[in-house]
Design a protein. Structure first.
Ligand code: ZN
Length: 292
């Protein structure tokens, strides 16, 4: 009986020794090769850190990324917060703006009433000519065509608000005007939180002191226009383009509308015609940062 007990004890001790040896071996290998224990995780950490620090123009840094990853990285960098140029003092002090500086050969193209069915086509043309433009969006249209609104923002175009549902604000009480503007801002901010919205254009260009003051209260500058080809009621692209090119002058703010085949057709001719006359086509913020 005693012999049996002794044997059992010896067996237990030898098991214990065996377990200690295994634990020691595991501990030793962990200390020697810590990265190999969780290779997958380590790779992920290295990759994400590298992506944050990457300079897209540095070919050595981006060599290990495939085409899709490079594209995603570029999109993220393009979408990052870009500081808009500060508006000039005279612009900020004005009740409303119809044009920029008359001393500089710049103009701004603006599109009202979108997003709409042809937004993608408009953007294709703007991108093909590599020009900036500003879109004044209507709240209900943003809700109806969120992907198109996103497309405008993701492609880096400046946006302003053009009311929630395009009602004449001058017929409303000051409280209703404010509710409308807040609703418009909230609708757009839902899809583009970081986007800087600094411009407002009242529907039909009709405003009074209540409209202007409410916009100012929300840090919005009221922007009208000085070149209007009445494209919303014309299908003749040539006529629309001719009007814009003839009337354009230094600092001009050009009013066009989204969702119009005539306007879409006129766009290449407008851009080329403005360039032929020596105008630089810029965003509203650029145009109004120079206006004195
Ligand atoms: Zn409108």
């Amino acid at each position: 009986m005693q012999l049996n007990l002794k044997k059992q004890k010896e067996t237990q001790i030898s098991y214990l020794k065996y377990i200690i040896c295994i634990l020691f071996a595991v501990f030793f290998s962990f200390c020697t090769f810590p990265c190999q224990i969780s290779t997958g995780q380590a790779d992920k950490i290295v990759a994400s850190t590298s992506a944050q620090q990457l300079n897209i123009n540095d070919e050595n840094n981006t060599a290990f990324l495939d085409e899709m990853e490079l594209k995603q990285l570029k999109q993220l960098q393009d979408r990052g917060p870009k500081a808009l140029p500060p508006l000039s003092k005279s612009v900020l002090a004005s009740k409303f703006i119809r044009h920029g500086s008359e001393d500089i050969k710049q103009v701004a193209i603006t599109f009202d009433d979108g997003p709409y069915l042809l937004t993608e086509k408009y953007i294709e043309i703007l991108k093909a000519y590599d020009i900036r433009a500003t879109f004044f969006l209507i709240g209900v249209q943003v809700e109806k065509y969120p992907d198109d609104a996103k497309m405008i923002i993701d492609n880096g175009y400046e946006i302003g608000i053009h009311s929630y549902n395009h009602k004449k604000l001058t017929n409303m009480s000051i409280d209703s005007i404010e509710t409308d503007l807040i609703k418009s801002l909230e609708t757009i901010e839902k899809i583009a939180r970081e986007t800087d919205i600094r411009f407002f254009r009242p529907p039909f260009g009709s405003f009074n002191d209540s409209v202007i003051e409410t916009a100012k209260k929300h840090n919005l500058t009221t922007v009208l226009w000085c070149v209007d080809p009445q494209d919303w009621q014309k299908d003749d692209s040539e006529q629309i383009a001719r009007h814009v090119i003839e009337k354009a002058n230094n600092g001009a703010i050009i009013l066009l509308h989204e969702g119009r085949q005539g306007t879409l057709g006129a766009l290449p001719r407008i851009i080329e015609g403005l360039w032929e006359k020596g105008f630089e086509i810029v965003s509203l913020s650029e145009l109004l940062s120079t206006a004195e």
